[in-house]
Write a protein that binds this ligand. Structure first.
Ligand SMILES: Nc1ncnc2c1ncn2[C@@H]1O[C@H](COP(=O)(O)OP(=O)(O)OP(=O)(O)O)[C@@H](O)[C@H]1O
Length: 500
């Protein structure tokens, strides 16, 4: 292999290097200075050319500007520039979000790539032990792409051979500090490629207002579900993107007192608002805390029980029976019940689950509740009978069925051990530090999301009493349907139906 060596290094001693434990003396050629100058000159052109190809939009605009300047002359070109700037300002004023996506973010990305990352890349990789030495050559992970948004820089990196994402996860705090970010998260894009998400501003420190994510589209056709159950907007993720929930199964919301569990429930009810109004979703609500939290929303609910444990046990049994009836009807016909106004999705909302499963003083009722809940949680999904339960204490003796909730949201908890109980083993080690959430940040928590290895930090929309009153007025059902026909599962004979 030939290397360029300079000055003193051209002496025979310095041209000696160690390869695989053996010292090798390489040949040294004397090269005239004029040849080196020519090589440098053309080398610089080559570099420029490569940069131009790498950034085609920027180089295209530059070429266009030069061509226009030459063909139009300076004053016409000046007016053209003023026109373009005015058009950009109008665009920004009229539709800021599209302007940000198309103009601001690409410019910010290019700037941050150069100023924040590229300048310090090599040194940072070396200092953090992410550059690999092989023989006397140093292999540095290559920085492929930087995409900046308002809160996050997503830096795509090709790892060098022999590296695994865990090495980068171990260095994530050091990388965050070096590049001046609040945190760094490592995501695997594909084998050998990862994305580092540097959060440089936290969108979750301010309260998310009810109208901030108001994407309700009430112009849907009357003959289909007016909301997307696979992406119900509940709040904002730490990268500034909307936090959406897939309501195709049961959901557990865990968090200490005042952690903001109520705000998640209200955000969910609001996201379902158009479907509640049109009758596609029927909330059956149990508020064992005496109706303090959820009674405001009573006009939205098909059934509401806040006073008696007996009534709550009865409601859960009814839901389980309804589920059984639907399951029998679906057998051999379909694998999933499609909600309609006549056969709506039943959303069983329980404000404090421990009140029913652990603190209810009547043992017989507790057993009825446990039996109905375990039936619902093990089978309710296909029959579109979903349970959404809030819970303060996630220990197994308080909620023995917590593993039957496929979707789990963990807000602030009082003990580190609670995090893995809610989100699953290893969730806290992967970054879900729910026990460290600032008590001032009610509604902030972590969720696991499909396709993302690490738990995602989120904050729920906050609904004030006035927002809730407006929501109730806006989404109360158009037709008062106070009954869902139910056949008791133990009496099912395929004939008549009871009506509750
Ligand atoms: N998403 C949020 N954003 C901002 N503030 C919030 C949010 N959620 C709740 N809060 C604030 O925290 C307080 C407690 O919230 P909430 O009643 O929802 O908590 P909780 O977890 O249901 O408590 P508990 O279990 O004691 O009923 C609210 O009164 C409100 O002031």
């Amino acid at each position: 292999m030939f290397r360029t060596v300079h000055g003193d290094a051209s002496s025979a001693d310095k041209a000696t290097r160690k390869v695989g434990g053996v010292y090798v003396r390489e040949p040294v050629f004397e090269v005239p200075v004029w040849w080196l100058a020519i090589r440098r000159f053309f080398g610089a052109f080559g570099l420029l050319g490569r940069k131009a190809i790498k950034h085609p939009v920027f180089s295209g605009l530059l070429v266009l500007a030069v061509v226009l300047r030459v063909s139009l002359g300076s004053s016409a070109f000046g007016w053209l520039l003023v026109g373009v700037l005015t058009a950009l300002c109008c665009w920004a004023g009229l539709h800021w979000s599209s302007f940000e996506r198309a103009v601001r973010f690409p410019i910010v990305s290019a700037w941050r790539r150069w100023w924040v990352y590229e300048r310090r890349w090599h040194a940072t990789m070396a200092v953090c032990g992410l550059a690999v030495l092989y023989g006397d050559l140093e292999y540095v992970p290559s920085l492929r792409q930087v995409r900046s948004t308002r809160f996050v820089d997503r830096v795509t990196v090709d790892m060098v051979s022999g590296q695994v994402p865990e090495q980068w996860e171990n260095q994530a705090p050091a990388l965050a500090h070096t590049f001046g970010a609040l945190s760094c998260r490592v995501q695997v894009v594909k084998p050998r490629r990862i994305a580092l998400e540097f959060m440089h501003a936290d969108p979750l420190t301010s309260t998310i207002q009810a109208d901030q994510l108001d994407g309700d589209d009430e112009s849907h056709a009357a003959d289909r579900m007016p909301v997307n159950l696979r992406a119900l907007p509940l709040g904002v993720c730490a990268d500034g993107q909307p936090w959406t929930l897939r309501l195709t199964t049961h959901v557990l919301i865990a968090g200490a007192s005042d952690a903001g569990k109520g705000s998640v429930v209200w955000a969910l009810l609001r996201a379902l608002g158009p479907a509640i109004r049109a009758g596609y979703v029927a909330p059956w609500v149990l508020d064992p805390k005496g109706g303090m939290e959820l009674s405001f929303g009573e006009p939205l609910f098909r059934r509401f029980e806040a006073d008696s444990y007996e009534g709550m046990a009865r409601m859960l049994e009814d839901a389980a029976d309804l589920m059984d009836v639907r399951t029998r009807r679906l057998r051999g016909v379909a694998r999933q019940h499609i909600p309609t106004p006549d056969e709506p999705l039943v959303l069983v909302v329980v404000d404090e689950m421990a009140d029913l499963t652990a603190y209810c003083p009547d043992r017989a009722i507790r057993q009825r509740i446990a039996s109905a809940l375990s039936r619902l949680l093990s089978k309710g999904r296909a029959a579109a009978v979903h349970v959404v339960a809030a819970l303060q204490d996630p220990r197994k003796d308080v909620l023995p069925f917590r593993d039957l909730f496929p979707v789990r949201i963990c807000l602030r908890v009082t003990e580190a051990s609670h995090v893995d109980m809610v989100l699953g083993d290893g969730a806290r080690d992967r970054g879900a530090t729910c026990d460290l959430i600032d008590p001032q940040l009610a509604g902030v928590g972590f969720v696991t999301m499909a396709g993302v290895r690490e738990p995602v930090r989120v904050r729920a929309i906050y609904h004030s009493d006035r927002d809730i009153a407006a929501m109730v007025e806006r989404f109360k059902p158009l037709v008062l349907q106070d009954a869902i026909p139910i056949q008791r599962s133990d009496e099912f004979d395929g004939k008549g139906v009871d009506t509750l």
